[in-house]
Design a protein. Structure first.
Length: 249
């Protein structure tokens, strides 16, 4: 992915990592369209950031994905980058089904079906562009599980393997598949997570991500230094120790 000159659609970018990345890409000379569920947030983003475009989309709703994708492609036919940022994280206790089933279904709907629906809506259009990118967003927890978030871990592992598979299938097209793999970053993904001193500061994460995109335009995975502890535990042979470390054992 080139760092500039793109038209980028980022659903799930009204706060946190998504919004920060959207604004950073805008500063690098890209046209950026931010998508989200809450109209008032979209209006606030547009007012505070002239030049950032917005569209309402709920990636958990197939009809909303279809309508929003048609709107984006009609208004911005030069879209050549899709970043499937929308995601949720829930703390779950799997000892009792009544305490986790509804949560797990919501996580899978948003984190797995959402990106699948988005890619389905844009993949034909992207193949018609001379240079296009689908950026998926997994997590360090796709490779090392956090005990309290089973569905989130599983959903991000699914995104990793989906990314690997799509990269193979789309190798004969103009579409690159890039997987962004965040570590724990200070955001609102979980209550109180924004104040978590063990998590990476958001501005540092975005700065490093943008630098990696710029210096490694052909990268298949965008990995800030901090995520490699989680990403490569099994390859290093210290997987059990990494699992124990992030779960406080």
């Amino acid at each position: 992915m080139q760092i500039t000159g793109n038209t980028v659609f980022i659903p799930g970018a009204t706060s946190g990592l998504g919004l920060a990345l959207a604004l950073a890409l805008r500063e690098r000379g890209n046209t950026v369209i931010v998508g989200g569920r809450r109209t008032e947030l979209l209006e606030k983003i547009a007012a505070e950031n002239p030049g950032v475009e917005t569209v309402r989309i709920d990636t958990a709703d197939p009809a909303s994905v279809e309508a929003a994708s048609k709107d984006v492609l009609a208004r911005f036919p030069s879209v050549n980058v899709l970043i499937t940022m929308a995601g949720i994280m829930r703390v779950e206790d799997w000892h009792r089904p009544e305490s986790f089933l509804e949560s797990a279904e919501s996580v899978v709907t948003t984190n797995v079906l959402g990106p699948i629906r988005l890619i389905a809506a844009f993949v034909e259009h992207l193949q018609a562009q001379p240079d296009a990118t689908i950026m998926t967003v997994s997590s360090g927890l796709a490779f090392t599980p956090l005990t309290i978030t089973p569905s989130y871990n599983a959903s991000k592992a699914a995104i990793h393997m989906l990314s690997e598979s799509l990269r193979l299938q789309l190798a004969d097209t103009s579409v690159k598949v890039v997987e962004l793999e965040p570590p724990a970053v200070r955001s609102d993904l979980l209550p109180g997570h924004k104040e978590n001193e063990q998590a990476m500061p958001l501005d540092e994460f975005i700065t490093e991500v943008v630098e990696l995109i710029e210096t490694q335009p052909d990268a298949r995975e965008i990995q800030v230094e901090r995520v490699k502890f989680l990403r490569y535990g099994e390859a290093r042979g210290d997987y059990d120790q990494v699992v124990a470390a992030i779960n406080g054992h």
